[in-house]
Design a protein around this ligand. Structure first.
Ligand SMILES: [Zn+2]
Length: 173
């Protein structure tokens, strides 16, 4: 974890997202505003920070293909939820990652075997050779399994959200 105190100007810019009704009018505008914010501040959101929190994978997806119909987010409540203190760039990056994921997550309908209050979500893992694989993951504890329900222990790669087309490709629904 980096020790620097997060800059006030960065936070001010972040908070503006939540005072702009245009930004919060729908999930597409909101997702785009968060992406714009991260890209606008490369000094703070370094490649290291983006890598560590899996942000790169979320910044460049075609949101028209990924935003789900009913994300687990209440746009009216976002200011209340997210305009708060962040002690480091890591905390902020993590929070943004979680919010972006909330808007693109397709859930599997299956509970996590370790933390049963969490529902497993679909993820797509991309390996160094560009091949990919569909898996189920618990955002709470990190449990990962394959589509047959066996624990997945690797190899690991970059983790991407899954959209409907991916699902149809990998699973007979
Ligand atoms: Zn879990």
């Amino acid at each position: 974890m980096r020790e620097e105190i997060i800059s006030e100007n960065l936070l001010k810019d972040y908070y503006q997202i939540f005072s702009n009704p245009q930004t919060l009018k729908d999930f597409f505008s909101y997702y785009e505003a968060l992406v714009r914010f991260v890209k606008k501040h490369p000094v703070e959101f370094t490649d290291e920070v983006k890598d560590e929190w899996g942000l790169n994978e979320l910044l460049d997806i075609n949101i028209n293909e990924y935003i789900v119909a009913n994300p687990d987010i209440c746009l009216d409540m976002e200011a209340k939820r997210l305009v708060r203190d962040y002690e480091s760039i890591d905390t902020l990056a993590m929070s943004i990652r979680d919010t972006l994921w909330d808007m693109v997550t397709i859930y599997s309908g299956k509970d996590c075997p370790i933390t049963p209050n969490d529902e497993l979500r679909y993820i797509k893992i991309k390996y160094a050779d560009d091949s990919e694989r569909l898996l189920l993951e618990c955002a709470g504890c990190g449990w990962t399994e394959d589509v047959e329900g066996n624990e997945y222990e690797g190899p690991f790669g970059r983790v991407f959200p899954v959209n409907k087309d991916d699902l149809e490709k990998y699973i007979d629904l």
